[in-house]
Structures are given as structure tokens and as C-alpha cells.
Design a protein around this ligand. Structure first.
Ligand SMILES: Cc1ncc(COP(=O)(O)O)c(C=O)c1O
Length: 415
């Protein structure tokens, strides 16, 4: 009779589907396609020499420890390094309040396992990080959606929603700095108001700060965690965008009682984060190079962002709008009303440019005329050409929409 797999899958496995656009985006990474779709840091800026030396030293000095299982909460010197660094950034913590994770993506899963139960509400920005939404989706959360503008989450709207009857959300998922996907940043006034709401209603905040250190313009705004007088915030950081995503290392910061529960959950998941990369990353960081490295990356990202904004100004038709991020990796585009970015992708790939349609970033999947563009991983001449190609496609589709006919049937598989 054999195994009837379909009948055995859990509800989570059924929800966790791979996007149907994946194939198209893979096609979009062909060498002659300019991909503005990724979410990657610039590979040519990785500090490979520092890693080579640190790996050599880790495997020469203490191979027994570097290649062994490590403590579940993380390599102690790395926890201490992070606690010290965070304290300098205004988040005063001890190493015991830091839990090392296998990337911050694992941090999201841990926090979801800690707090999210079937049918409970999670406050989600609209749009929000797709990887966070997929985790909460797997835990069958419902969303209380709060839209994002140039100053980040519209906290006033959340306040109105929380005034309503009904069960309170169990978690606020906040992306205050250079949010993925819009690149927008939560203003200081809204940060204060969000913390106040969290305290008044007793709702914890998960502060996902993957991009905060990548500010290349404007004034630094203190993190929620640094202003959190009531220990209501779980802070989440990552080495991915400031050093290397390949090392798969992130961290959660919370009061010790919360860390203890997260640690229990983590043990069942993977026993510990990768020992070898923790040793190597610690050695890289202990040379004192991290701040200098981040400073060195910023001018590249700024130049690439500028090239993208100039190109959009020049090539996108009237009715399109876009964000103007002061850091991070992304620009968010809203196409003229009535255009469907998912349908248009097939033609864009034929024109040899790729982007990520925005639908997956909208928690309620109710908006089709948005797209995310990445500037960090693409050299300036390619950004210029890529945005020119994109402008051609969007203009054609806008005109066709205006005249009542579209150039394509909308069949994505045609690409
Ligand atoms: C906002 C945000 N959070 C978390 C992650 C997960 O990152 P990692 O697991 O590489 O730390 C990403 C990755 O792109 C992200 O954009």
C-alpha cells in the first residue's frame, strides 16, 4: 500500500509552502538577468582575509573546542563580546541575557514557539518581513495589521485597534530600522508610543533589528530595547548583514527568565548554534575590525541606493511611488493602481530584470501593485541598467492598463 504522505503532513507543513514564484526568480538569476530580487549583502565586500586568518587560528589554537559541541546558549566569549557591544549601543545587558542563535531566522521561530498559539493575534506591520510572516503563519497566528509609512509602523492606528473589544494580541512584531521590505524607519516619537502601548496592554515586542547598523544617512534613533524600562522587549540581531550571512549567527536579548525558556526550546531544536563559526566569528570580531568593516561597507550601499533612486525618478511612469531609505538594503515600490507586480514579473524576466513582487510581504496578501528592490548586492552600472529595463516594462504595462489592454496574458509560466 505504501505511505500516503499527503494524509500525514501536519498543519504546519501544509502552510509552509514554497512560493510558486521561486522558479521564476531562479530563472531571474541567470547571468544575463539583472536581479534586484535578492536580499543579500555585497559578496565582494565580505572580509574573506579576516575569516581565513581567524579560521586558521581557531583550528590551530583550540581545534578540540572549535570542532566540539558547544554550550546551548552560545560560545561564552562571543556572548560576552555581544553583551559588551550592545551595552555600548545603549542596550545594557549581561552575557546571560544573550542567546546565540543559528541566524536571526531561528530567533523568530524560537519566539513564535515561546508565545504564538493557534489563532492568537500577532501585530504585524503591513508590509512586513516575509520570513517572519512565514514563521507566524506556521504557528497559525492571526494578524492585527498596521500599515507602514515613511516613519515606519503607524502606531496611532495600532492604538485605535487596541481600543477595540476582543482578545489582545500576544506579540508585536516590529522592524524599526530600514524595515525589510520598505527600508523605512520608525520615528523616535512612534518608538516611545509603541513602548507605551506595549506596557499599557501588556503585549511583548519582538524588535527585529537585522539592519540597524547599516545607517548611511541621517541621525541614529535609539532602539526600542535601549528605552525599554519594563523588560517588555525581546531584541533580535544578526551577523548576516554586517559581516556574513553564511556564518548563520544571530542573537536574542531578553531578561534571564525569558532566555531560560528560549534556551529550553532551542535545545530541542538544534542543541546549539554552530561551534566552528562561533569560534571563527569571535576571533574575527576580537581583532576590533567589525566597526571599521561596517563603516567601509556603508559608502558602497549609499552609492547604490542613490543610483537606484535616481533611476526610479528617471524611468518609472507617473503614479508610481517609492521609499527613500536612509540605510539597509531595500527600496519599496508602489506601482500605479491596477498593475499586478506578480503578473508583470514574467515580462520583466524576459526583459532581463528581476524583482520580488510585494504580495508575500503583505500579511493579509491583499495588495498586488508593490515590489521590493535590492540595491546592496548590485554594482552601480547594473542598477542603472536594471532600473531602466524595469521602467520600460512598468511604462508599457501602465500604458496598456490605461488603454484597457495588457501586453501579456498574465500566465507566469510563459517565462
Ligand atoms: C528583517 C529580517 N529578519 C530576520 C532575517 C533573517 O536573517 P538571518 O537568519 O540571516 O539572521 C532577515 C533576513 O533577511 C531579515 O530581513
Amino acid at each position: 500500500m505504501g505511505v500516503n504522505w499527503e494524509s500525514l503532513y501536519t498543519d504546519s507543513a501544509r502552510v509552509a509552502q514554497v512560493s510558486p514564484l521561486r522558479d521564476l526568480l531562479r530563472f531571474g538569476s541567470a547571468p544575463d538577468v539583472i536581479s534586484l530580487a535578492g536580499g543579500f549583502p555585497a559578496p565582494e565586500l565580505f572580509p574573506a582575509d579576516a575569516f581565513r586568518e581567524a579560521a586558521e587560528a581557531a583550528l590551530t589554537t583550540d581545534p578540540g573546542a572549535a570542532l566540539q559541541y558547544g554550550p546551548a546558549e552560545g560560545y561564552p566569549p562571543l556572548r560576552a563580546f555581544l553583551a559588551d557591544r550592545l551595552t555600548h549601543q545603549g542596550i545594557s545587558v549581561s552575557p546571560e541575557e544573550v542567546l546565540i542563535t543559528n541566524g536571526s531566522q531561528q530567533g523568530l521561530e524560537l519566539v513564535a514557539r515561546l508565545l504564538v498559539t493557534r489563532g492568537c493575534q500577532v501585530v504585524a506591520e503591513d508590509p512586513s518581513y516575509v520570513g517572519g510572516l512565514s514563521v507566524f503563519g506556521c504557528h497559525h497566528a492571526d494578524y492585527m495589521v498596521v500599515s507602514v509609512d515613511g516613519d515606519g509602523m503607524q502606531v496611532e492606528r495600532l492604538e485605535e485597534q487596541l481600543r477595540g473589544e476582543g482578545p489582545k494580541p500576544k506579540l508585536i512584531y516590529a522592524l524599526p530600522n530600514f524595515q525589510n521590505p520598505t527600508g523605512n524607519t520608525l520615528s523616535l516619537a512612534r518608538r516611545h508610543r509603541l513602548l507605551d502601548l506595549s506596557y499599557r496592554h501588556g503585549i511583548p515586542i519582538l524588535e527585529d533589528d537585522a539592519y540597524g547598523e547599516l545607517r548611511f544617512e541621517g541621525e541614529h534613533i535609539p532602539s526600542l530595547k535601549s528605552m525599554d524600562s519594563e523588560e517588555s522587549v525581546i531584541y533580535m540581531g544578526s551577523f548576516s548583514k554586517i559581516l556574513s550571512p553564511g556564518v548563520r549567527l544571530g542573537w536574542l536579548v531578553a531578561k534571564e527568565g525569558v532566555i531560560a525558556h528560549l534556551l529550553g526550546l532551542k535545545l530541542g531544536m538544534d542543541l546549539s548554534a554552530n561551534s566552528l563559526t562561533q569560534h571563527v566569528v569571535y576571533r574575527v570580531c576580537s581583532t576590533g575590525m567589525l566597526d571599521g568593516h561596517i563603516e567601509g561597507v556603508k559608502p558602497f550601499y549609499r552609492e547604490r541606493r542613490d543610483a537606484m533612486l535616481r533611476g526610479l525618478e528617471r524611468h518609472l511612469p507617473a503614479g508610481a511611488t517609492w521609499s527613500r531609505p536612509e540605510g539597509g538594503l531595500f527600496v519599496w515600490v508602489r506601482l500605479p493602481e491596477g498593475l499586478d507586480a506578480e503578473e508583470m514579473l514574467a515580462e520583466a524576466v524576459r526583459e532581463k530584470v528581476a524583482y520580488v513582487p510585494g504580495m508575500a510581504f503583505h500579511p493579509l496578501k491583499d495588495c498586488s501593485n508593490t515590489m521590493r528592490l535590492n540595491f546592496s548586492a548590485v554594482p552601480v552600472p547594473k542598477i542603472r541598467e536594471g532600473v531602466r529595463r524595469l521602467g520600460r516594462v512598468v511604462t508599457r504595462w501602465s500604458e496598456a492598463r490605461g488603454s484597457g489592454e495588457l501586453p501579456l496574458s498574465g500566465d507566469l509560466r510563459a517565462a
